[in-house]
Design a protein around this ligand. Structure first.
Ligand code: ADP
Length: 487
């Protein structure tokens, strides 16, 4: 029997799972870690903590099982960046996390100053000029950390997304590599050639020598030396990993991941579809070294599970997110209360960094349950906004597969099905992201993929479909008003 290690480096925790070649979980370990919020809109993490938690979970699953693994796959939070010294391995600044909005003003003024550049950027990268992506985060570090630009120009600094930082530190060879899915989220790679783009590097003032080499997902990224040595034969960004893990390999297959944020991704195979409604075009995966990518269209919602965490930690409505289900009104009526979950602005399709979260329609008899119900509804409604954007873009979705921490909540899944008026396909094994890295490592190591897929389905309740449709339209109108007041 062969064993495969899957490492999932997420926004708030690092996880390791050992699977056998039949997709059975042999051991699992997880360490949560803290983010810091030094200023409004800033989100940072200690890169050492990220690295240490990854090492700890790997050691734990290897020592508790005592098995030798054949290979390892890594999946990770995307867009977050680290800049470190090539000689010492020391980072020059904390990791800037994907949710960080510190470069918002810079992006806005660049878009105003150079509208043609913004158009070109979209054509090349499939993304929008937004602080969410890595480029302006790297640029900020180079501009604001004393001496950093000089060191970078001398070729003494490395930068990378979290995959790249981990591969450099975990491999014996200190390989400075990244995979094409992570690179496609930096705003520096041309998705048509899968190469760093010289013009973009010039515009953001980032020396190319700092950047990792871009590789296909099933490349041999180097060797990890633990109690035994094994290769990393798969690296893939978390959302693409969930797409791959959920076997969304045909045209129109979609997965929706409800974790800290919510990410919808549809496979468009070899076609690069540019969205007219502010969705992103990104590389889905690339297998083999012939540089032939499979593409996807993505809608990113910043706050989903994080809004439920806020109900737990901020409002102290419950002490465990699994109890949140008890606070949802079973008829999904929130007593007229509407919620906009814009804790760090709104992602697709609005891309509004200035708006902040708010409740509307609170009355004297509003209950805690009404508030909680409205928060869950807002997550469903944001998902519907993206589904509508996909329809406008002419993308036909044939399957609605879900995953992520929130899908443990059955009432939420029913609410989602009623909002979308679609059957929702729920995998019995919820860790699709870790599963994707496992599968990619198997592809890279030429281990054939076995194992049973088992799913359950939630179907819409037609009476509530009508109710949720009215509620959605009302919520949209309210959001439009809020955005116009802010403008
Ligand atoms: P990530 O990979 O982004 O760290 P996960 O996929 O592990 O996220 O999901 C964690 C999120 O799921 C948390 O934000 C948490 O609030 C949410 N969550 C977990 N269980 C439930 C539940 N039963 N109901 C609603 N939300 C939940």
């Amino acid at each position: 029997m062969k064993y495969i290690l899957s490492v999932d480096q997420g926004t708030t925790s690092s996880r390791a799972i050992i699977f056998d070649e039949n997709q059975k979980v042999i051991a699992e370990s997880q360490r949560e870690y803290e983010l810091s919020y030094p200023k409004d809109g800033w989100v940072e993490a200690n890169p050492r903590t990220i690295l240490d938690t990854v090492k700890e979970v790997i050691n734990e699953v290897l020592t508790t099982t005592g098995v030798k693994v054949a290979c390892c796959g890594i999946t990770n939070q995307r867009e977050s960046v680290v800049v470190w010294n090539k000689h010492t391995g020391e980072e020059v600044y904390p990791a800037i996390i994907w949710q960080d909005r510190r470069t918002n003003e810079f992006c806005r003024s660049l878009a105003l100053k150079k509208p043609k550049f913004e158009k070109q950027l979209r054509q090349k990268t499939g993304l929008l000029l937004d602080p969410y992506f890595s480029a302006t985060k790297i640029q900020w570090i180079l501009k604001n950390v004393s001496g950093a630009m000089k060191l970078a120009q001398k070729g003494d600094l490395c930068c990378g997304t979290i995959d790249s930082f981990l591969v450099w530190h975990l491999t014996e060879e200190n390989n400075h590599l990244t995979d094409v899915t992570n690179a496609s989220r930096t705003m520096l790679m041309d998705i048509r050639s899968c190469q760093w783009d010289q013009e973009l590097l010039r515009e953001f003032d980032i020396p190319e020598s700092m950047l990792p080499e871009i590789k296909n997902n099933d490349y041999n990224f180097g060797t990890i030396k633990s109690n035994h040595s094994f290769p990393i034969t798969g690296v893939i960004g978390d959302q693409q990993s969930a797409l791959f893990g959920q076997d969304c390999l045909s045209l129109g297959d979609m997965k929706i991941t409800f974790g800290t944020g919510c990410f919808l991704m549809v496979n468009t195979l070899k076609e690069i579809v540019y969205s007219k409604s502010n969705l992103l075009t990104t590389v889905g995966y690339q297998i083999g070294s012939n540089k032939e990518s499979t593409f996807s269209v993505e809608g990113s919602i910043y706050s989903a599970g994080s809004a439920i965490q806020w109900l737990r930690d901020g409002l102290k409505v419950f002490d465990n997110t699994k109890h949140s289900e008890n606070f949802i009104n079973s008829n999904f009526d929130s007593g007229g209360v509407k919620f906009v979950p814009a804790f760090t602005g709104l992602g697709a399709p609005h891309w509004n960094s200035s708006i902040r979260a708010s409740f509307q329609g609170i009355q004297r008899d509003t209950s805690i349950n009404d508030l909680v119900t409205s928060v869950f509804k807002s997550i469903c409604f944001q998902t519907r906004e993206i589904v509508e954007a996909l329809i406008i873009d002419g993308i036909e979705v044939n399957k609605y597969r879900v995953d992520g921490g929130m899908i443990k909540n059955n009432l939420f899944l029913q609410m989602l099905s009623d909002t979308l008026n679609k059957e929702i396909i729920i995998p019995n094994f919820v860790e699709s992201t870790a599963l994707g890295a496992y599968k990619m490592a198997c592809v890279g190591s030429k281990i054939s993929l076995e194992g049973q897929k088992s799913y359950s389905i939630t179907s819409p309740n037609q009476e509530r479909v009508i109710f949720m449709d009215i509620e959605y339209k009302d919520w949209k109108k309210n959001l439009k008003n809020l955005i116009s007041i802010q403008d």
